[in-house]
Design a protein around this ligand. Structure first.
Ligand code: KIV
Ligand code: ZN
Length: 387
């Protein structure tokens, strides 16, 4: 039977840490409502102690949605108190508390020891549990942590009551098979692991966030932490749309989410516009070129059968249709297709003549749009039938 993967969306917390992309509380509420409609299981709304604005955003998101709302804290009393207060109106609140777990973080960030970190982690989880909300523990920089220590830490916070344990690759360092093995090691070496949900949270510094997330899910993790458009610190986080579509496309993985994939393009556009952060054209799933075909060989194959070059139906992610981009690399099949969309029905010799003129224009103009085609037909002294 297919296993359900919980989607933990952190667009409004990790995603919003992108410099220059801060959102107002009202904008965050608009996005949170849309995320709920999209089908995410839990929304990380902010880091309430970090600023009055973040506190207010968690309050207002908690009022606005019925789905779970999460608030980030360090493993400090004041952070946890403030987060619990911000979550007061949440129908299902969650405190996300944690501490560094790699020796690099323990020594150079906290000037501490493994023992003290373990003690602090257990204390923070136990304290957060008293607030009557779900508690998720993050072992920051788990991707570089000593595995035996990580397993002990995870076991201790589960004993302290952690409902979810997040195993982040904070620096985007891991290779997919090694991240997968890390999660597998925890399943094999943490004796109380069945009492929690293991969560994967990957950064994209080496461009492997989605691959690592999928590897973690294949090893047994049941929650994926993601952002719309993969936005986030530095090179970003795992992108929600990529994880949702990998699982939808690869049914053989036997994993599924509750994401309504037909809304993905709408969410991508909304977040991009509100954050004033353009989506790179070649971004998987939602980029402007994700369903655009421009070389002659591909266009010919696509026009014969879209499955020759598309593994996703654009309508499944809310993109109205694929597009055939006309450039000097395009062939006659693509030109004919675009002319037909405009209502022209050239015969073979007319098409040959138009194609010669088209190539001259395409070399000059790079991309040929509909208006160019109309002028091209008008300036070619042949008879082209209009429907
Ligand atoms: O990347 C990370 O480790 C985080 C934690 C705060 C969960 O974002
Ligand atoms: Zn992160």
């Amino acid at each position: 039977m297919s296993r359900k993967i919980e989607i933990f969306d952190t667009t409004l917390r990790d995603g919003e840490q992108v410099p220059g992309c801060q959102l107002s509380t009202d904008e965050k509420v608009v996005i949170a409502r849309k995320l709920e409609e999209l089908g995410v299981d839990i929304i990380e709304g902010g880091f309430p102690i970090s600023s009055p604005g973040d506190f207010l955003s968690v309050v207002e998101i908690s009022k606005a949605v019925k789905t779970g709302v999460c608030a980030l804290t360090r493993s400090k009393k004041e952070d946890i108190d403030v987060a619990a207060e911000a979550l007061h109106h949440a129908k299902r609140g969650r405190i996300h508390t944690g501490i560094g777990s790699s020796d690099i973080h323990i020594k150079h960030k906290f000037n501490s020891t493994r023992e003290k970190v373990m003690e602090q982690a257990v204390w923070a989880v136990s304290y957060a549990k008293k607030k009557g909300v779900e508690v998720e523990f993050f072992a920051e920089d788990a991707g570089r942590a000593d595995l035996a220590f990580l397993a002990q830490l995870v076991e201790a916070v589960i004993d302290a009551g952690a409902d979810v344990v997040n195993v982040p690759d904070t620096t985007g360092y891991c290779l997919p098979h090694l991240y997968g093995r890390r999660i597998q090691y925890l399943f094999e070496n943490v004796k109380n692991i069945d009492k929690t949900t293991i969560s994967v949270h990957c950064h994209n510094d080496l461009g492997m966030a989605t691959a690592n997330t999928i590897a973690g899910l294949m090893s047994g993790a049941r929650q994926a932490e993601v952002t719309i458009n993969g936005i986030g610190e530095r090179a970003g986080n795992t992108s929600l749309e990529e994880v949702a579509m990998v699982l939808k496309t690869h049914k053989d993985l036997n994993l599924h989410t509750n994401i309504k994939s037909e809304m993905l393009y709408e969410l991508s556009t909304l977040v991009s516009e509100m954050m004033r952060m353009p989506v790179q054209p070649n971004k998987a799933i939602v980029g402007a070129n994700a369903f655009a075909h421009s070389s002659g060989i591909h266009q010919d194959g696509f026009l014969k059968n879209s499955e020759n070059y598309e593994i996703i139906n654009p309508a499944d992610v809310g993109v109205p249709s694929s597009s055939i981009i006309l450039t000097a690399r395009s062939g006659r099949a693509a030109l004919k297709h675009r002319l037909e969309l405009l209502g022209y029905q050239p015969n073979k010799s007319e098409l040959d003549q138009l194609y010669g003129n088209f190539l001259i224009l395409a070399d000059e103009k790079k991309t040929i749009v509909d208006d160019d085609l109309i002028v091209l037909v008008a300036n070619t002294p042949i008879l082209v039938t209009h429907k």
